[in-house]
Unconditional design. Structure first.
Length: 33
């Protein structure tokens, strides 16, 4: 069970990182155009 929770946390962190990157990317596009 502990293994699963750490895996889920890792997945959640990666998802948040992807969101952060996407948000930054869209902001960059918006500011350049």
């Amino acid at each position: 069970m502990a293994e699963f929770s750490t895996m889920a946390m890792d997945f959640h962190q990666r998802l948040r990182m992807k969101d952060c990157i996407n948000w930054t990317h869209s902001n960059l596009i918006r500011s350049t155009s």
